[in-house]
Write a protein that binds this ligand. Structure first.
Ligand code: ATP
Ligand code: MG
Length: 338
C-alpha cells in the first residue's frame, strides 16, 4: 500500500529558532519515514502580512530550507519545495475561493487572533488584506494540491484544518466524479501535543519578539543569550534558596534539554541554595550547545554549499509539480474548465 501523503509548510520570515525545532521540525523528521511528506517554504503566505517587506524574502527561503536540512529533513525521502513555484496551487486557490462562503473565513479564530496582533503591532488602522482573509483557503489549496490525507497541526491550526475539510467536502458535493465517489480527501489532523517553548524573557519564543535562540546561532551567541535569560527574581545571592517553579526560563529549558538525573540535581541544588543562577545557565548553555552541535555543523556545510540547497529545492519543486499537475488536470475536468 502506498504511504499516506502529508503536506506542511513554514513561512520564510527569518531564520528558525529552537521553538520551531521542538514544535515542528523534530516532528516532521520523525514523520518522514512513515508518510509521503511534502514540506514547503510558504513564501506566498509570508506575503499575507509582510507584503511590503520583501527584501529578504528569497534569502529567507534558503535560510528556512537550510534549517530544515540541518535538522534532518532528508531530501531523498521528503519532498521539499517552494510554494510560489507551484502555479497549480494558485489555480486551485481560485477554484476553492469560488466555492468558499465568506462566513467560513470570517469565523476563523486564528485569523481573528492574527488580525488583533497585526493591529497591535502596526497600529489600529491596519487593514486586513483580501489575501490575509483568504489565508485558510490558500492553506487548503496547499494541502489539496497533493490531495493529502494527513496534516500535522498544533492546536492553533485546528480551526484552519476544519475549514479545509469543509472546503474539500463542499468541492466533492458540487463537482461529482463519474462514479459518484469523492475526489478530494478530507485531510485528517495529526495533532502534535508539543507545548510552546518559551523565549529568553519567559513569553512564547517568537522570531519577532527578540527573545529567541536560533538553530543557526553559534555557541558563543547561544551562551550569551542564555546568560541573559530571566531567572527567579527572589534569588539575589548565590546561596539564596531557590524555587524552580519561579524560574521562568532556565529550569523549563533544563526539563526539555536535560536528562532526568541532571534535572533532579539542578532542582535539588537550586532549592538548597547550592547552585548560583549564572553557573546554572552556563551549564545549561553547554547542554544546549552540545545538542545542537551536529545540526549547526550540518547547517554550516549547507551555507558553504548554497548551490546544493538551491538544487534540492529545484528538484523537490519539480517532483511536487508532477504530482500537482496530476491533481489539477482532474480538478479542471471536474470543474469543466475549457
Ligand atoms: P512570528 O514571531 O513572526 O509570529 P514565530 O516565531 O511565532 O514567528 P511562526 O512562523 O509564526 O513563528 O510559526 C510557525 C509555526 O512554528 C507555528 O505554527 C508553531 O507551530 C511553531 N512555533 C512557533 N513558535 C514556537 C514556539 N515557541 N514553540 C513551539 N512551536 C513554535
Ligand atoms: Mg507566530
Amino acid at each position: 500500500m502506498s504511504k499516506q501523503k502529508i503536506v506542511s509548510g513554514m513561512r520564510p520570515t527569518g531564520k528558525l529558532h529552537l521553538g520551531h525545532y521542538l514544535g515542528v521540525i523534530e516532528n516532521w523528521v520523525n514523520l518522514q519515514y512513515d508518510y509521503d511528506c511534502y514540506f514547503f517554504v510558504a513564501d506566498w503566505h509570508a506575503l499575507t502580512t509582510k507584503y511590503d517587506k520583501t527584501e529578504d524574502l528569497s534569502q529567507n527561503v534558503l535560510e528556512v530550507a537550510m534549517d530544515w536540512l540541518a535538522c534532518g529533513i532528508d531530501p531523498d525521502i521528503s519532498t521539499i519545495y517552494v510554494q510560489s513555484q507551484i502555479p497549480e496551487t494558485a489555480e486551485l486557490n481560485i477554484y476553492l475561493s469560488m466555492i468558499t462562503p465568506q462566513t467560513w473565513v470570517e469565523r476563523d479564530p486564528t485569523l481573528k487572533d492574527m488580525a488583533k496582533i497585526l493591529k497591535t503591532k502596526e497600529g489600529a488602522n491596519t487593514q486586513i488584506s483580501y489575501g490575509l482573509m483568504g489565508y485558510p483557503v490558500l492553506m487548503s489549496a496547499d494541502i489539496m494540491t497533493f490531495n493529502a490525507s494527513v496534516v500535522p497541526v498544533g492546536n492553533d491550526q485546528l480551526a484552519h484544518l476544519e475549514i479545509t475539510r469543509d472546503i474539500a467536502r463542499r468541492f466533492n458535493n458540487i463537482y461529482k466524479t463519474e462514479n459518484g465517489t469523492a475526489f478530494f480527501n478530507e485531510p485528517a489532523p495529526k495533532l502534535t501535543q508539543i507545548p510552546l517553548l518559551c523565549g529568553l524573557d519567559g513569553s512564547k519564543m517568537g522570531k519577532s519578539f527578540n527573545n529567541d535562540i536560533k538553530i543557526s546561532d553559534d555557541e558563543q551567541t547561544t551562551t550569551k543569550k542564555i546568560m541573559q535569560a530571566v531567572t527567579d527574581p527572589n534569588r539575589i545571592k548565590r546561596d539564596d534558596l531557590g524555587d524552580t517553579d519561579k524560574c521562568e526560563v532556565a529550569y523549563k529549558y533544563w526539563q526539555i534539554f536535560g536528562d532526568i538525573d541532571t534535572v533532579a540535581t539542578v532542582k535539588c541544588e537550586c532549592e538548597k541554595g547550592e547552585r548560583g543562577c549564572a553557573d546554572c545557565k552556563k551549564q545549561l548553555a553547554c547542554v544546549i550547545n552540545a545538542k545542537f552541535a551536529p545540526i549547526r555543523e550540518k547547517r554550516r556545510y549547507y551555507e558553504e554549499h548554497i548551490d546544493e540547497v538551491k538544487l534540492i529545492l529545484e528538484k523537490g519543486t519539480q517532483k511536487a509539480r508532477v504530482e500537482a499537475q496530476k491533481v489539477l488536470s482532474e480538478v479542471r475536468k471536474l470543474v469543466k474548465m475549457y
